[in-house]
Write a protein that binds this ligand. Structure first.
Ligand SMILES: [Cu+2]
Length: 581
């Protein structure tokens, strides 16, 4: 069973155990003896099953099981001891065992809440809060159902709940008192990189665009979705004037995957102010990386990109040969946008399909009718890519794959999520059953260029209750915190930096570090064996543990976030900053 499935199974058995004990307690209070015994037996089984899932998760990695081992396991043990002892003592009258059974239910519920609302890392404060809740709920049940406790017992219970509550609140709040990350807000002037050779103007504005025969409201660059395709050759200086006509929430341009100087990165509040209606901002940078990239607004990006403020950026190394097509895939107002039409290609002509996923979720692409190679991922050429036949590729949110092939005599078709988006003739390929390429074992391997790392960071991705904003929210968290309370990762220029990224949530998080490409070292303990993979967007699936590394060679303050943009908006965003010391 994969770690992702184990995480889901653990959640299910935790719910069943809590529901079973609570139901058994309620049934015994109502003197429903057979129901109470049945539910107690069911809850016992679920509790034992949870011991198995917790043990398996702890073996997969401490990040997956920390709070379960430290909080859930002791509470479950207490539940078993108290309810088991009660059941053994009770003869005919099960009502006397109602409170012990309810105690077990409260203990399992509290443990479940700790996992769902808090997660990783486990803390003494949260453990004590859980204990105080269990004690308080049990005391109330006891007063209502049980034999009246002595005054001394009542006082002891109240004191215990109060101490646990006060200590728990104190310990849970204490970390928030630590200063959050300081962002640099001193925006620097645009650098002098030489005379522009490629000039573009992008004007952002509200627009109405036609999709599949109906008119939908969009936000567009120059009135079109996607925005104009920007092209350059290596060595060009690109200058883009961004104007905002009427996007009230502001716009910027982020060059996704392009490692521009920090002040050109287009992150509002970090590298520049958002460009408001009537304002403009000029971006200028040298095109020194060939490959397939894209640009998009980073101001309220979850809304702005979905509404259409994006386009493709392609930098070609030399005069291109053959046919070179970009295929940006995007969903606007719930409808997949059509991809550009291509003229029929004579057999034998080389074709490069530049696939770009501009949505917030993974897409599955399948090319039918021809063998092909994956020549590049995220703008970086792969080493020794071999021909593939009837193989699908999964492209994460924000990611790009370049597929190359020689035009065959017969028709070819491109499928996205099982739907044909482009074809040069009738293709009837059932691509759904094709195997999916694992890029970590594709192409020719090469040694990792570093033997030691100056800095190591671990990012544990999860969900949790975030109480530090104006309104409580169920945030997407990193190491138990949500933006803007996630401490920045501080590096020095020249450091070799290693990240461990762990996903203990139940959803995919496409990870995206700005300003740098990371080299994939391993996934789930298996070293990358194929071509070196220099990525800027990669899917960290539930239960995944990725090890990646990069050279800290681009100073500034860089966003480091999930590229499922609603997740980033809901807290899953932190910053990588360079210290000057
Ligand atoms: Cu995410």
């Amino acid at each position: 069973m994969s770690t992702g499935s184990l995480l889901a199974a653990d959640l299910v058995v935790a719910v069943l155990a809590a529901a079973g004990w609570l139901g058994a307690g309620a049934a015994s209070a109502a003197r429903r003896r057979p129901v109470a015994l049945g539910l107690a037996a069911f809850a016992l089984l679920a509790t034992v099953a949870r011991a198995i899932t917790i043990t398996a998760l702890a073996r997969a990695g401490w990040w997956f099981a920390a709070e379960k081992v430290l909080v859930a396991a002791p509470l479950s043990l207490a539940a078993l001891v108290v309810s088991g002892a009660g059941l053994l003592r009770a003869r005919r009258d099960l009502r006397s065992v109602a409170v012990p059974l309810l105690f077990a239910g409260y203990a399992e519920s509290a443990a479940l809440l700790v996992t769902v609302l808090h997660g990783y890392p486990a803390s003494a404060g949260v453990g004590l809060l859980a204990v105080s809740g269990v004690v308080a709920a049990t005391a109330v049940s006891w007063r209502l159902l049980g034999p009246r406790p002595s005054r001394a017992v009542s006082r002891a219970v109240v004191a215990l709940a109060a101490v646990a509550l006060v200590a728990g609140v104190g310990l849970a709040v204490a970390p928030a008192a630590a200063p959050a990350g300081q962002h640099t807000h001193e925006y620097r002037a645009a650098p002098t990189v030489g005379e522009p050779t490629r000039r573009f103007t992008l004007t952002a504005g509200t627009a109405t665009v036609g999709v599949s025969g109906r008119e939908v409201a969009a936000w567009a660059f120059n009135g079109q979705v996607p925005g104009p395709e920007l092209t350059a050759a290596v060595g060009d200086v690109i200058e883009v004037t961004l104007r905002n006509r009427d996007i009230g929430r502001g716009v910027t341009l982020h060059w996704h995957g392009y490692d521009v100087p920090n002040d050109q990165d287009g992150v509002p509040g970090v590298t520049q102010p958002a460009v408001l209606p009537g304002q403009e901002f000029v971006y200028r940078f040298r095109a020194d990386q060939a490959g397939t990239y894209w640009y998009h607004t980073h101001a309220v990006s979850d809304v702005g990109v979905r509404m259409g403020l994006y386009g493709v950026l392609v930098v070609r190394p030399a005069p291109a040969t053959g046919v070179d097509v970009t295929v940006p895939v995007h969903t606007l107002a719930g409808v997949p946008l059509p991809v550009p039409r291509v003229e029929p290609v004579p057999p034998g002509v080389p074709v490069r399909l530049r696939l770009v996923n501009t949505d917030s979720t993974t897409h599955r692409y399948a090319l039918a009718g021809t063998p092909f190679r994956v020549a590049a991922i995220d703008g970086s050429d792969l080493r020794g890519p071999t021909p593939l036949v009837e193989t699908a590729v999964l492209i994460p949110a924000g990611g790009r794959y370049d597929l190359v092939f020689e035009a065959p005599a017969g028709p070819v078709g491109l499928f996205v999520d099982g739907r044909v988006v482009y074809s040069t003739g009738p293709v009837a390929a059932a691509t759904g059953g094709w195997p999916v390429l694992d890029p970590l074992s594709y192409g020719a391997g090469a040694p990792v260029p570093w033997s030691r790392f100056d800095r190591r960071f671990t990012l544990v991705l999860d969900r949790g209750l975030d109480l530090h904003g104006l309104l409580p929210r169920y945030a997407h968290t990193v190491n138990g915190a949500a933006d803007p309370d996630i401490p920045p990762q501080v590096v020095r220029l020249g450091d070799t930096v290693r990240f461990t990224i762990v996903n203990r949530s139940l959803v995919v998080h496409p990870w995206h570090l700005h300003g740098h490409h990371v080299l994939v070292l391993s996934r789930n303990g298996r070293p990358a064996s194929g071509s070196p993979l220099w990525l800027d967007s990669f899917d960290v699936r539930p239960g995944d543990v990725w090890e990646v590394a990069f050279s800290a060679d681009n100073p500034g303050v860089w966003a480091n976030h999930c590229h499922n943009l609603p997740h980033a908006d809901a807290g899953m965003m932190l910053h990588l900053t360079y210290s000057s010391i």
